[in-house]
Structure formats: structure tokens, C-alpha cells
Design a protein around this ligand. Structure first.
Ligand code: G3P
Length: 224
């Protein structure tokens, strides 16, 4: 399973990329707004730093304008995937961009049928928003299970990119179901790094070493 980061925060992207954890990035207008600064600069830097796929989202709403915007976004790098919304215009743009060799991520997917249609339109990724489905009292992960099975049934090359992930249990469940990609808010990835027994175990090792040698260690597990 690939791990993407769902953020436009370049500092955090570099932190986790340095650990070798970032297979790609997803952004959207809300995440660029949250990161602040000039969005064009942010998109250029992210596309440069990350070698894997970087999804950059169009803000145009009609298909001609989406295609034009998608071609412009693609100039940030050969790793740019154009993100379009799950609308009739979005699917028309998906078909045209894909046929030009520009990969597309269809976002704001909330149903099995929407994902099937996006795959038929040539999407490289479909992005079901599981956390937002959970918020409505329905089971977002059921959609992932359905899509993994359906795409396998028909040999679709479109990848299931699990989005709107809210906590580490979502990640484990997505992995058990065989989802292709999860895109994680940095806070979720940070939680996945830690376990209380790891910290206790390391504190004990360091304390025992200090007792044995009379020397402390420069490493502090409380900083992790
Ligand atoms: O990748 C989609 C994501 O950014 C939306 O997440 O938590 O706002 O539903 P959320």
C-alpha cells in the first residue's frame, strides 16, 4: 500500500519524506489555504521535492476550463496528477486529460457507482472520502471494500486512493482490504509512528546503559 500525505505544508512533507515514508502527495484548495503563502510557489516546491505522484486540484468547473487548467498544473512537473471533482464536467475533463497522457485523480467520491464511472473515464485514482461518509453515520470503509473487489473483478487499472482519513485504525483497515493508496493528514502519520511500549522500552534501555557506564545518552526518547 502506498502512503501519500494529504497536506500542502512543505515543512511537514520534508519531515516525513526524510524518513522515506512519502510515496506521493495530495493537495486541494482547502489544504493550500491552510498552508498559507503563495499557492503557486507551494505547488512548484512540492512537485519538485516529491518524486512520486503529486495531486494538484483544478478550481475551474466547466470541462474546457478544467482541461486548460490541468495542462497548466502539469507544467509543475511530470509527476503532477490533475485532480478534478466528481461531476459530469470533471469526468469529461478526466477523459480528455487522460487521453493526452496526463493522469487524473477524481475526488469527492462518495458512492460505488461514482467510482465506477470515474474509472471508466480513465482516472488513475479515485478518491473516496471515507471520514466524511463516517460523519453521516454510514460506513466509509465499506465503500473501500466494495471498490477493491469491483476493480479486481474487472481488472480496472484505476487505483483506490483512500481519502478523508481521520485516524490510524482507518489506515490498518484500508491495508487489510488491499486499498492501493491511503492519503494521510500528517497528524495521523505522526500517531502511527508511536507506541507507549516503544517509549517505555527505550527509556529502560537508556537508563540501564547509564547505570552500567555512569554515562547518560544524548538521545531523549521524550523528544520522539
Ligand atoms: O483528501 C481529502 C481530505 O483532504 C478531506 O479530508 O478530513 O476534510 O474530510 P476531511
Amino acid at each position: 500500500m502506498k502512503i501519500f500525505l494529504d497536506t500542502a505544508d512543505i515543512g511537514l512533507i520534508k519531515r516525513y519524506n526524510d524518513m522515506g515514508l512519502v510515496d506521493g502527495i495530495t493537495t486541494n484548495p482547502s489544504l493550500l489555504a491552510k498552508a498559507g503563502g503563495n499557492p503557486a510557489d507551494a505547488m512548484a516546491e512540492i512537485s519538485d521535492v516529491i518524486k512520486g505522484d503529486v495531486s494538484l486540484e483544478v478550481v475551474a468547473t466547466d470541462s474546457d476550463a478544467m482541461v486548460e487548467e490541468g495542462r497548466r498544473l502539469r507544467r509543475y512537473g511530470d509527476n503532477v496528477v490533475v485532480k478534478v471533482p466528481m461531476t459530469p464536467d470533471g469526468l469529461a475533463a478526466c477523459r480528455r486529460l487522460s487521453s493526452e497522457g496526463i493522469p487524473v485523480n477524481v475526488t469527492l467520491i462518495f458512492s460505488t457507482n461514482q467510482a465506477i464511472l470515474a474509472a471508466k473515464a480513465g482516472a488513475r485514482y479515485v478518491s473516496p472520502f471515507i471520514g466524511r461518509i463516517d460523519d453521516t453515520g454510514h460506513d466509509g470503509m465499506q465503500l473501500i471494500e466494495d471498490l477493491v473487489g469491483i476493480f479486481q473483478n474487472y481488472g480496472f487499472e484505476t487505483q483506490v486512493l483512500v481519502a478523508s482519513v481521520r485516524h490510524p485504525v482507518h489506515v490498518k483497515e484500508a491495508a487489510l482490504l488491499g486499498a492501493d493508496v491511503v492519503t494521510l493528514p500528517p497528524a495521523v502519520l505522526e500517531k502511527m509512528l508511536h507506541h507507549p511500549l516503544t517509549k517505555i522500552g527505550l527509556d529502560n534501555f537508556l537508563a540501564d546503559w547509564a547505570k552500567l557506564t555512569g554515562q547518560g545518552s544524548s538521545y531523549s526518547s521524550s523528544s520522539s
